[in-house]
Design a protein around this ligand. Structure first.
Ligand code: GLN
Length: 485
């Protein structure tokens, strides 16, 4: 039986009705990874032994499949999340040999819920990038066209879902790293509201932005996986103490009467015409379903790239100071003194993009420059947040493209960091504001590359954006199309 293509909720029916065993399913996913992933490079490591052992506990009746909606389901994990006793690299050579002594909060939750964790996925080093090409272990490839990038930084997690190398996965989003690869790979990706999901055990990139979320084959799966990982955690002081709703409950509700805003700043000169057309057509589908489309303006959108690429590197330069060759991972031996040990370990351990960010971040935080850069960027961030707050006085959710372009070719932007940064223009604003956003497949280019529709909502409106996306998804068939591998 070919169950690799099934979304989590359908795979679960199969397991519950005993048409397939958990070990059988797990094994066949592992076999599929072993035969296909050399072409895609979605995984950095498999957790095969533990996964099979956990699977057998279900088949032997020691654990019940009723314990949650993801029990018995193979899930892949972005390698920036700490997994106890399992190598965690963050896509970086500097963490060579690092084996976390504890699980991230989301990993604990998945384990409690009975998910089968099958492996750790590839990513841009420390989640810095938009293409997965900044991984210290080689890039991942887009299942729809192996010459193209899967997006990033959660490229491995998105490619794994798109290529049916797992039933669902976790990614992280600091400036678009869940939504953009989901869009490039034709799957669903959801960045929750800042504070919705505990980041205990997530290796920090930019702490005022980082958030963990699901990447899945459809919206219903995103809702149920979010339900498992969301919730308060005292170990993360930014996690919000607020009840976790049943995210699947309202999916079937009609969008009739909902006001959906279209921000004019998200259709810009120079963007790919097929992306713009496809996204506009998707909006018409929702209008056809009874939603009211309203034009809105988010006037500070154009400053998001500049503000983000000050704030994120500033925070990164501070967070990454801990990699000194002493506490974790790589240490270059035989240095003549402490300073040269630091210098050599960091020089050899970090890749070029990470070094660029550390230098940028250190510069913008240095005394005398703080006011001109970091403070200014923080003020711009406030303006961007207000743009959204004002827009949400006029509409219930916003719809926009996820990225100005579809998946680009490997190597196309590696020599031009600025071009790479500019491709994040439509995902950064929501990250700076801290609001939830998702990407749902909404069509394909003539070359057969997936295009995503971005749905954004006010703080803690995950239920609403899921509902809007579900109504779109269920009235179209884009999510059912599969890459041929
Ligand atoms: N592409 C953005 C960056 O390079 C966002 C990355 C992310 O969300 N982790 O920083």
């Amino acid at each position: 039986m070919d169950f690799h293509q099934l979304p989590i909720h359908e795979l679960r029916s199969l397991l519950l009705s005993k048409q397939a065993g958990v070990e059988e399913v797990t094994k066949s996913y592992l076999d599929r990874i072993r035969s296909l992933d050399s072409r895609i490079g979605a995984y950095l490591a498999l957790m095969a032994d533990q996964a099979l052992e956990d699977a057998r506990a279900f088949d032997r009746g020691e654990r019940s499949l009723d314990c949650s909606e993801v029990a018995g389901v193979p899930i892949a994990i972005k390698d920036v999340l700490c997994t106890q006793s399992v190598r965690t690299t963050c896509g970086s050579r500097i963490l060579e040999g690092f084996i976390p002594p504890y699980d991230a909060a989301v990993i604990e939750r998945l384990k409690q819920a009975g998910a089968i964790l099958i492996g750790k996925t590839n990513m841009d080093e420390f989640a810095m990038g938009s293409s997965c090409e900044n991984s210290g272990f080689g890039p991942s490839r887009n299942p729809w066209d192996l010459e193209r990038v899967p997006g990033g930084s959660s490229g491995g997690s998105a490619a794994a879902v798109a290529a049916d190398l797992c039933a669902g996965s976790l990614g992280t989003d600091t400036g678009g790293s869940i939504r953009q690869p989901a869009s490039f790979c034709g799957v669903v990706g959801l960045k929750p509201t800042y504070g919705r999901v505990s980041r205990y055990g997530l290796v920090a990139f930019a702490s005022s932005l980082d958030q963990i979320g699901p990447i899945t084959k459809d919206i219903q799966d995103a809702a149920l996986l979010l339900g498992v990982i969301a919730g308060h955690d005292r170990r993360d002081s930014t996690s919000v103490n607020r009840p976790v709703p049943d995210y699947g409950k309202d999916l079937a509700r009609s969008v009739r009467g909902l006001k959906l805003g279209i921000p004019r700043e998200y259709f810009i000169e120079g963007m790919d015409a097929q992306v713009a057309d496809t996204v506009r057509k998707a909006m018409q589908v929702l209008e056809g379903l009874g939603a009211e489309l309203v034009d809105v303006s988010l006037p500070h959108t154009e400053y998001a790239v500049a503000a983000y690429y000050i704030i994120a590197p500033a925070e990164a330069s501070s967070n990454l100071a801990r990699y000194d060759g002493v506490k974790y991972g790589l240490r270059v031996p035989d240095s003549k003194d402490l300073i040269s040990m630091y210098r050599q370990s960091r020089s050899r351990g970090f890749g070029p993009e990470v070094k660029r960010r550390i230098m940028l971040g250190t510069y913008v935080l240095s005394s005398g420059y703080y006011d001109a850069y970091y403070r200014k960027a923080s003020q711009v961030r406030t303006l961007i947040r207000r743009d959204f707050e004002q827009a949400f006085e006029r509409c219930d959710a916003l719809m926009a493209p996820v990225a100005p372009i579809p998946a680009f070719r490997l190597g196309e932007k590696t020599d031009d960091p600025l071009q790479m940064y500019l491709s994040d223009a439509f995902t950064l604003p929501a990250s700076l504001a801290g609001i939830p956003g998702l990407s749902v497949p909404c069509g394909f280019t003539e070359e057969g590359l997936p295009i995503g529709l971005q749905v954004l909502g006010p703080y803690f409106s995950e239920e609403r954006i899921l509902q809007v996306a579900y109504q779109f998804e269920q009235n179209t068939a884009h999510h059912l199309r599969k890459a041929s591998l």
